[in-house]
Design a protein around this ligand. Structure first.
Ligand code: AMP
Ligand code: TRP
Length: 328
């Protein structure tokens, strides 16, 4: 039986963090064997915010490729590549931009919130507004039904479905399917400050961080703000450190931590030390893989080039149909 198509992407705008891993990439690793899967390092999307720093983009792209491979993306099972190596993404984006009404883009929640969050950057650009159109093109280029992402991407997927529907309606076709999101069990991981973990908030734990750096980050995490002194009882339900224990610790330990925080038997420093040790143990295998992969950059580049070639073959078929349907 023919496998169903699946597409997802991640931006090379800084280091891949635990939120990316839990919210998206861990799911990719699971799904790559059951689907015809395409995973994109979306360097063109990254340009919408880091268009002024080519050296950083170059470095982040390569590091992200290494992180993804070390996390378990298997180039034999799926197709991994840099988005800009497949120019068909740009062509479909341009075509879709012709039929996407401006108000659809202006009302995307991440548009306004990112403008707010990144006020030091000039994001009043044509490309930044069109970010979700490029994402729709990524998905529609493979006519993918499935898109494994974190919760923050749901409005972008809604828009991708609207664009696909509009295309089908305008050209009296049923060519494009309507892509659906696949969420993980951890759709939103909090960052060190309790807000969503995000590269733009500077509150991340990079998956490639050293043991010392992980420990330092965990020790700096915010806890229950009402627990000011060591012997004040804590409220684990509002503590980001406890949110992590719930993900990474065993059932029995979670329940002990929950109890002993509430009775103030367990202090925040010890609770954090335990979390740092648990996280470091979880990341041990990843670190070994990463060192091995980073030793052969030539091989990483080969994998990406091969991925792009396969993607181009498939993408060309979609574009050929699109060009006919729209009368080019
Ligand atoms: P980005 O780093 O914005 O390219 O995100 C790549 C993927 O990671 C997307 O599917 C996001 O939804 C997901 N993601 C990013 N941050 C988080 C987070 N804090 N918790 C869960 N998923 C996240
Ligand atoms: N916008 C996504 C993010 O920031 C990245 C992305 C680009 C993507 N193209 C995609 C995700 C296609 C899923 C499918 O996380």
């Amino acid at each position: 039986m023919k496998k169903q198509r699946l597409v997802s992407g991640i931006q090379p705008t800084g280091k891949m963090h635990l939120g990316n891993y839990l919210g998206a990439v861990s799911n990719w690793v699971q799904l790559q064997h059951t689907y015809d899967a395409y995973f994109l390092i979306v360097d063109l999307h990254a340009l919408t915010t880091v268009y002024d720093n080519p050296a950083k983009l170059r470095e982040d792209k390569l590091n992200l490729a290494i992180d993804l491979l070390a996390a378990g993306i298997d180039p034999e099972a799926c197709c991994l590549y840099y988005q800009s190596d497949v120019p068909e993404h740009s062509e479909l984006h341009l075509i879709l931009s012709m039929l996407t009404p401006l108000p659809w883009l202006e009302r995307v929640p991440s548009y306004k919130s990112k403008l707010q969050d990144l006020q030091e950057k000039d994001l009043n650009t044509y490309g930044f507004l069109g970010y979700p159109v490029l994402q729709a093109a990524d998905i529609m280029l493979f006519n993918a039904q499935h898109v494994p992402v974190g919760e923050d991407q749901l409005p972008h997927l809604e828009l991708a479905r609207e664009i696909a529907r509009r295309f089908n309606h305008l050209y009296k076709t049923d060519f494009f399917c309507e892509p659906q999101a696949q969420l993980t069990h951890f759709p939103v991981l909090p960052g060190l400050d309790g807000r969503k973990m995000s590269k733009s908030y500077g509150n991340t734990i990079p998956i490639s961080a050293s043991e010392e750096a992980v420990t330092k980050s965990v020790m700096s995490m915010l806890t229950d703000p009402n627990r000011k002194r060591r012997y004040d009882p804590g409220n684990p339900d509002i503590c980001p450190v406890f949110a992590y224990h719930k993900i990474y610790n065993t059932k029995d330990r979670i329940s002990v931590i929950n109890q002993t925080c509430k009775t103030a038997e367990l202090g925040c420093v010890d609770c954090k030390k335990e979390l740092a040790a648990t996280l470091n143990a979880t990341l041990a295998e990843f670190r070994i893989n990463r060192t091995r992969i980073a030793n052969d950059i030539g091989e990483v580049q080969n994998i990406l080039k091969k991925g792009a070639q396969k993607a181009r073959n498939e993408a060309a078929k979609t574009l050929q149909n699109v060009r006919i349907l729209i009368g080019l």
